[in-house]
Every structure is written in structure tokens, then in C-alpha cells.
Design a protein around this ligand. Sequence first.
Ligand code: CA
Length: 213
Amino acid sequence: MRSVKMVMCVLFVSLSLSLPVWAELIGVPDPTMSAAWMAYQGPEPLTLMITPDGTGGYFSDARTPDGTIADATITLLLMDYFNTPIGYFPREDIWIQSGDGGITFCGIYDLWPDTDTGPDGRTSWFQRPKGGRHSEEPMVVYVNGTPLAGPPLELYFNSPDITGNGSVDLTDVTWFTMDYFSGYHFRSDLHRDGVLNVSDVVLLAQWMGRRCE
Ligand SMILES: [Ca+2]
């Protein structure tokens, strides 16, 4: 009987000590419970063309390597340690980043999702980002500076602002011309289909002079 009382006592003390620790985890994003995914669930990596003035593709206008349009809209489901959705979480504490750091966004807000999380803990990237350069590495979603534990998103980016100086200008034409006459480079495959041809020239010309605001 005495030993039962002792066990109860130890249990009570440890529970009282650990409750505040557990309580602190409520509503705190958990990188393992949370998940991000693209609408497109196929095996190919997608490419999205962005421009410095934000008139490139919506995330739904991405392309597979052979040029087929595919929906790269990213959804994030933000969960806490107890597997409960975290609603109204500020979007400025969530961002996407490419593995090679290859993209230059015009402003930090272009990495953020479109909105704070809704009451169901979800938010998404659909609107057109403003930026330049290119990335051929998967994207990772960060929350409070911590990457999500799940698989990264097979989404690449390129831009008519090939040099990433914030505007589409003659320096980009120089790089594009070099790629065009040397065979192929992903960064200049603006109309993503695996070849450099007149469709890519048309897109470069279309965005000539556009710049970050
Ligand atoms: Ca092309």
C-alpha cells in the first residue's frame, strides 16, 4: 500500500512538472506533422517562369520538361505537435526557398504564401511571384526558419531576368544569345519544353524592359 502511494506521488509530481512543457507546444508548428505538396502529383519536375514585374506564370501555369502545362500550386497544412491545425498563422513566418538559392525574389514577400493560414491550418502559393535568375533544385517550405521534414517540392524556376539584376535588359540578351547558339541551357528555356527556339525568343522579347518595382 505504501509503495502504491509512493508511485502515485511520483506520478503526480512528474505530471505537474511536464504539463507546462506540453502546454507550450500547443499551437507551435511541428515540421514533421506539417506537410506541403503541389497540386500536380506526377513524376516529372515542374518549371515555373517568373518575371521581375510579377507578370509571369501563376503557380498553376508551370510546365513539365516536355512543355505540358501542370498545376504547381503549393498547399501547406500547418500542424502542431498534437496534430492539430494551426489557424491564422502569419504568412511572413512561412516561406519557400530553393535548394541552390538560385532565385532572386524582388522582395521578401515574394517568398511568402498568398495569405496567413486559414482556420483549417492551410495556406497556398498560387499568385505570381516577382523575381529572376533560375533554380534547378527542389523547393523547401520553411516555417519559423525550420524546413519541413517531408520530401521537398520538385519545382524549378527560370526567368527572362537571367542575370537576376532586377530588370530584363541587354545583359540578359547576351546570356540568352550565348545559350541559344551553344545548344541549350535550362535558364533560357523560358517556354519550357527542352529546346531553345523561337518560342523562347518571343518570351524574352515580350518581357524586355520589365523590372522590379
Ligand atoms: Ca523552349
